[in-house]
Design a binder for this molecule. Structure first.
Ligand code: FAD
Length: 325
């Protein structure tokens, strides 16, 4: 059964986020000969259409409007709803990002259709789409099948690999004009002040070096940042470290922070509370550095180092410098 599948491209600072390409890969898995359409918003939208085509879009709907450069609920709701009304898709994928988590349930509720959030896998089995998502804070996974009707799904970044780009692929690019009546936009973003340093986006990072209360101070994060820099990764944190004021809450990983699935997660001075594990236990390889051999983090770690992080982390940095030089 062929299906038309729509993907909302997630754009940050004018660039496509990788999860958009992962959504296109998921769309390709389930379309079964139907059309894969990508919707992309913002004043640079048209320039992103080629990349979307190379990664699997058959059609790209471009809404070039500077009121969509920064995400606001009202503007995205109106624009995406208009795209959905135009395309009439069977399945709609967005990233399980701040954008997808906000806009998808709103439109699903407005249309009275279902939504499966935080999917870590999407497969086609006997002609049916099987969505996999974690439950019980990541301790188990459930597989869901939708019998009929339109369905929204948000995909957790870093779980479904993007397709290799195919430069020979072309997509039909359609421009959609969306105008917003001023009274319908209840929020206007005037300025974005970034609290965290520029660098690798934590939610999409392939390597994360994360610090907990064992890091002991804001300065204690410096060796972790050095290791992350050498590895081309990002720095994350436990809530313990954020609550203690050692780092910004934007770095918090866990149940009430970001959910990450990097290839490598290095937990330094983190005890491994269930709320922290909820945000990182699906990482592909977990390395734990803790001076307490009984720390719970070792129960989920693939490699454990019992030791003082202030000795171990600089040693790792020096060794990786030699290997990666
Ligand atoms: P601790 O538990 O204090 O652990 C510090 C660790 O550092 C210890 O294991 C210690 O042995 C080790 N250590 C100390 N010095 C060194 C050293 N020099 N070298 C090596 N190791 C050292 N937590 C989250 O992380 N994310 C969340 O999203 C989150 N959400 C929550 C939501 C709710 C509703 C609640 C109730 C709690 C939540 N928490 C969350 C908090 C969670 O329960 C823990 O309190 C927190 O994760 C502990 O942080 P920690 O591991 O850094 O600190």
């Amino acid at each position: 059964m062929s299906r038309n599948v729509l993907v909302l491209a997630d754009v940050r600072d004018g660039a496509l986020r990788n999860v958009s390409l992962e959504c296109l890969a998921a769309a390709g898995r389930v379309a079964e000969g139907g059309k894969v359409t990508a919707a992309v918003f913002g004043s640079k939208a048209k320039s992103l259409a080629v990349t979307l085509a190379h990664h699997g879009a058959d059609e790209v709907i471009v809404v070039e409007n500077d009121q969509l450069d920064q995400y606001t609920t009202d503007a995205y709701f109106q624009a995406f709803k208009q795209v959905i009304d135009t395309v009439g898709p069977d399945v709609i994928f967005t990233g399980h990002t701040a954008v997808g988590r906000d806009v998808s349930p709103r439109i699903a509720a407005r249309l009275g259709v279902g939504l499966i959030s935080d999917c870590t896998d999407v497969q086609l089995t006997d002609g049916r789409i099987v969505f996999t998502r974690p439950i019980y804070a990541g301790k188990a996974f459930v597989k869901k099948v939708v019998k009929s009707g339109m369905v929204f799904a948000t995909l957790r970044p870093n779980n479904i690999p993007a397709r290799e780009p195919d430069p020979s692929r072309k997509a039909e690019v359609k421009e959609l004009d969306v105008t917003f009546a001023p009274e319908t936009l209840r929020t206007i973003v005037k300025e974005v002040v970034k609290k965290t340093a520029e660098g690798v986006d934590l939610s999409e990072a392939r390597i994360i070096v994360s610090g907990g209360r064992g890091v002991k101070s804001a300065d204690g994060f410096k060796p972790l940042q050095e290791l992350a820099d050498v590895l081309g990764g990002a720095v994350g944190a436990s809530r313990g470290a954020c609550d203690a004021g050692y780092c910004d809450y934007a770095l918090q990983i866990g149940q009430t922070g970001k959910v990450v699935t990097p290839d490598l997660y290095i937990a330094c001075g983190i005890s491994g509370a269930i709320q922290h594990l909820a945000g990182m236990s699906n990482s592909k390889v977990i390395v734990a550095i803790n001076k307490d051999p009984e720390a719970n983090i070792f129960n989920v770690a693939d490699y454990g180092i019992v030791g003082d992080l202030f000795e171990v982390v600089p040693m790792l940095t020096e060794e990786f410098k030699k290997v990666l030089a």
